[in-house]
Design a protein around this ligand. Structure first.
Ligand SMILES: CC(=O)SCCNC(=O)CCNC(=O)[C@H](O)C(C)(C)COP(=O)(O)OP(=O)(O)OC[C@H]1O[C@@H](n2cnc3c(N)ncnc32)[C@H](O)[C@@H]1OP(=O)(O)O
Ligand SMILES: CC(C)C(=O)C(=O)O
Length: 510
């Protein structure tokens, strides 16, 4: 039977200390409920002495949450501890987390206290907190830069005073993984009454090592990790909950403990925190970033289509994604393209058609970051109608300039010959249509012209629809391209091709 690794989430306290991430009482309650659904063990809801708003937020979380323990932070000061005790009164299960710095620089320059005074205040604070709850956590702030002997002395004293959890913070993210693991090991070995408390860690990410340091501590006996959703937190943030939890879960071969979290709630919580704080999750963020389970390159896609484990060490579904994702782009290969066509219910008659559609897909992918399903549908419908084309666009150059009449220079393949002309128009599309009509001489009337974008973004494909009428016969045409003038010419030519077909072979009229 493995030990339980306790997850202490501090999104609502240290996470909120990120500049710009302040949360209202209601927002804190919503996030706390999401953490409770995830089965987080302890929720640090705030720092009650900080403001009336934060006091009320901790109070509201304490009332709303039933299954997780709710914690409030307090300096080693009576007034802070009393305020935290008061805020947590309604909690089903509460914890007071009190702290005081133990590093030489913090004691001398910030607290302006002698080491003896620090020990005295720490002990006094723990004893006072115990008057409110049996569950008291103590942190020697800046432990990562504190003297080991002094740390042992403070920690031994606070255990005797009633602290049940000893949280070792690397407050400024200074430690390296090996060193931080050693620190936890040394403390556990050297403090005589260390077995009376749970060792916890609280790592900051100033050197990008918060998760690595936390994991190293767990490998050396820490049984609580303090972390935040999306790694939110003071400065560069804290250890990210999703990364710590999934590292331990995925590498059970390396850990003699595991959390009791429902990891399928991770993505929802990440999105909630991102939405509330306005802190966008970077696409390449582990576990919760948009690309965490997305594959774009052909070799990877081919591997994943054959067996997901070739390139996936976790299941996307286990952290709340619907599934993994194949992104079609310029690095994708035929196997992924074929598989997406199948998913879209598109059947091409021959390998030749597939190759032709694939070539057009690659051309499009060179112009666009991501090729979406709608792009593929448009591109394949072009492939399917290609056979019936008597008119094909070979090239087009349009000049549009302020104060000048736009000019379009268009080259078409008309049956077996190549023709070219230049025409002016009231706009670039008008000039292009006039040039095409002057070569085709269809004598059709343009009844409708509309443009829409297939996907969002300035690199999206424009989709143009036109409707032409001649002698009571109406045909429609569509064209797509990242350049809307070219998309317009394609749509016009598509409709003209239909108009040139016998009526019974033409596509349905609009
Ligand atoms: C590492 C961490 O993340 S710790 C948590 C950090 N979070 C916060 O600071 C957010 C909330 N903070 C606040 O709202 C305010 O700073 C308050 C309400 C806590 C205090 O406000 P003020 O009384 O105006 O004090 P101020 O913030 O200017 O200075 C902090 C004081 O606390 C003292 N102090 C700092 N830590 C501790 C501690 N653990 N125990 C006792 N005193 C402490 C400082 O020495 C300083 O004392 P001084 O005023 O005698 O010089
Ligand atoms: C209060 C303590 C745990 C803290 O936030 C830190 O040291 O970073």
């Amino acid at each position: 039977m493995k030990d339980q690794l306790i997850i202490f989430d501090t999104t609502l306290r240290d996470g909120e200390q990120s500049p710009g991430a302040s949360m209202t009482k209601d927002e804190k309650v919503r996030i706390a409920k999401a953490l409770e659904r995830m089965r987080v063990d302890i929720i640090e809801a705030g720092f009650p002495i900080a403001s009336i708003g934060d006091f009320e937020a901790v109070q509201a979380v304490a009332k709303a949450v039933k299954d997780s323990r709710v914690c409030g932070l307090a300096r080693a000061l009576d007034k802070d501890i009393d305020r935290a005790g008061e805020a947590l009164k309604a909690a089903n299960a509460s914890r007071i987390h009190t702290f005081i710095a133990t590093s030489p620089i913090h004691m001398q320059m910030k607290l302006r206290m002698q080491p003896d005074e620090v020990v005295e205040n720490a002990v006094k604070a723990v004893k006072r907190a115990r008057q409110y709850t049996d569950d008291v956590e103590f942190s020697p702030e800046d432990a990562g830069r504190s003297d080991l002997d002094f740390l042992c002395r403070v920690l031994e004293a606070v255990i005797d005073a009633g602290a049940k959890t000893l949280n070792i913070p690397d407050t400024v993210g200074y430690n390296l993984p090996h060193q931080f693991g050693e620190l936890i090991k040394n403390l556990r070995e050297r403090i005589p009454n260390s077995d009376k408390a749970v060792f916890s860690v609280h790592c900051h990410n100033d050197l990008g090592l918060a998760v690595a340091n936390s994991l190293s501590a767990v490998m050396n006996g820490a049984r609580q990790v303090e972390c935040t959703i999306n790694g939110l937190g003071e400065r560069a943030g804290n250890a990210s909950l999703e990364e710590v939890v999934m590292a331990v879960r995925t590498r059970q071969d390396m850990f003699d403990c595991d959390t009791r979290l429902d990891t399928t709630q991770i993505l929802a919580a990440s999105r909630l925190v991102s939405g509330v704080t306005g802190f966008v999750v970077q696409p390449n963020k582990a576990i919760v970033g948009a690309n965490a389970f997305a594959h774009e390159s052909g070799i990877h896609q081919d591997g994943v289509l054959k067996n997901r484990e070739t390139y996936e060490i976790m299941r996307a579904e286990d952290v709340g994604w619907n599934t993994n994702r194949m992104v079609l782009g310029k690095h994708s290969g035929r196997n992924a393209f074929r598989s997406r066509l199948k998913e879209l219910g598109i059947e091409l008659d021959s390998e030749e058609d597939l190759n032709s559609a694939f070539t057009r897909f690659k051309e499009l992918a060179d112009k666009k970051h991501e090729v979406f399903d709608e792009d593929i549908q448009a591109l394949v419908s072009d492939t399917l109608t290609e056979d019936n084309e008597r008119i094909r666009l070979i090239s087009m150059r349009v000049c549009s300039e302020t104060g000048e009449t736009p000019v379009a220079n268009v080259t078409l393949a008309l049956d077996d010959s190549e023709v070219r002309t230049e025409m002016k128009g009231s706009g670039p599309v008008d000039a292009a249509f006039k040039a095409i009509e002057s070569m085709v001489q269809s004598h059709t009337e343009l009844q409708l012209y509309s443009v829409s974008n297939i996907t969002s973004g300035t690199d999206s494909q424009g989709e143009v629809s036109v409707r032409l009428e001649k002698g009571g016969r109406i045909v429609s045409g569509q064209g797509t391209d990242t350049d809307i003038v070219i998309a317009s010419a394609k749509a016009y030519i598509n409709a003209l091709n239909k108009m040139l077909l016998p009526a019974d072979r033409a596509h349905p009229q609009v």
